[in-house]
Design a protein around this ligand. Sequence first.
Ligand code: GLN
Length: 613
Amino acid sequence: MPPNDPSDSAETIDSCGFLSQFGKSTDVGEWHSPIPDGYQRGRTKFVVVIGTVMSGLGKGIFSSSLAKLLKDKGLSVAPIKMEGYLNIDSGTLNPYRHGEVFVLADGCETDMDLGTYERLLNQDLTRKNFITAGQIYTDILERERRGGYLGRDVQMIPHVTGAVKLRLRELAMTGNNGKPADIVFVEVGGTAGDYENGFYIEALRELAFEEGTDSTCFVALTYILEPSILGEQKSKAAQLGIKRLMEAGVQPHIVACRAKNPVVEKVMEKIGMFSNVPMRRIFSMHDRESVYAIPEAMRAAGLDREILSLLGLHDRVNAPMEDRERVSWLDFSRKLFQPRKHTIELAIAGKYAALRDAYASIDKAIEHCSIQLNCGVQVRWLDTTDLDSDAACDKALAAVDALIVPGGFGARGVEGKIRCIKSVRASRKPFLGICLGFQMAVIEFGRNALGYADANSSEFDPLTKHPLIGELPEQKKLEGILGGTMRLGAQDVILEPGSLASFLYGNKTEVRERFRHRYEVEPGAVGELTTKGLVFSGRHPKFKIMQVLELPQSTHPYFIGAQYHPELTSRPLVPQPLFMGLVAAAIAQKEPEFAQTELGRRWVRSAPKPVLA
Ligand code: GLN
């Protein structure tokens, strides 16, 4: 027997926090739904985005663009990504298969979509914004062992779905700022019809029912095929995909159609007709010059107002704030498309060079600087696995204006990275080393300035006599446990007053950045490296962990490395300082007069002494 409409029976929430029609939670009956203490049903609304036809359509981009539009109206939003896989987090996933691992300030290793949310919403997220099936099952199985379901068989429904709803309601109650969110944006990983995400879709269906009418808006993101042999758009795959969702008991309120070209009216009508969705709620999400154009396209199509009407949220809108935010966003998007005054060529040396998603945040951080500095940045991806001699590196870098050596794991391609760093240290081209790139800058310095030919990281050569990079002490105790055990998340960095790093951060001497590493500069080697001219300008406040390195500007105009990942905190309107410094230094080398402009004065610090010949 199904439950009655819970909206008319508040007393169904029992003392143990279960929404139960049939007995107490200790005797949980057939229907129950855990509710956090103090939860106010109907206060927070839910927008749920589910993919159909295929994955990889940009659910995260759709959801974050819509969330941004609503946030700009003064509503508080909290996104959540729900992954179907059994991993506890994304930390052990191969970036080559899944794209980069995005690290949150609290140390949670997540899917790259969380990066899209943070950037577009300009909002820090936490582990509450990310669920995997592995987390849900682990919670349930641990609870079962503690006797949490005594007397009951533990089932997908109601227990697994109940655990999902609990997580959603907990996020609704605290949002990302400790206050109830106006809207929780739920993105379900995968596609309707997958085995992995079926329990999420069921949980959301139940949630929508329990929360009552006007509480939940379902969006089906679908794909419109346009086979070149036919030369026209076909809606059948989309119809079948949406039908799959409807078979799971979910009626979409909005259909977003991904397509190469704008979706023609006839196709939209057909989709609307077969999925009971009026034309005004069908959105053509065709390819655009930039994803930044999507929020404005959604606004022009009236999608934001449809959401407000569906969820009864018009009275929470702050109109003056909306106007202000829109002006600044339009100003940003205009800059995006204007012809660039400067151009530079920037090499990124990594082993996943073939797959841009593996370096998504670096790509974005460069884009942010490109817009703010009015500089076209041509990125050249270098696969360092192939760079097996100094001459090959010099040749590969001859035409580039700057180099980034990004983070990474494993020995493949490392020697090529070290050679690339050697090349730019000698040629005085601006260089930014990130995490592994920072560590390899130390190794390069050890080999070529200290003369230790076998200098290495113990990650790659455990027997070297000169392990300038060694395992962090706490990591040595963790043999064999790889998930979630690195030094992760935001940490304080104390910057040397007067250093290049401090200059870039606006003369601050204390910043917070996000880390993800297992190895560090060997504390015993710091003295020798420093004596030979390497400057550790960023350190941990208490421990001898080196966090930023640089070369004095009397020897190199821009040579900087960070043990942390600066790319993770770059935002469209607030680009990350180390990237800004890199691009600005590259412009200034090509156009010295740039240093005298307003932007140049902010981002280029000229050498205190002339560069030695
Ligand atoms: N492999 C190195 C370490 O674990 C660098 C990690 C990284 O680049 N994220 O310390």
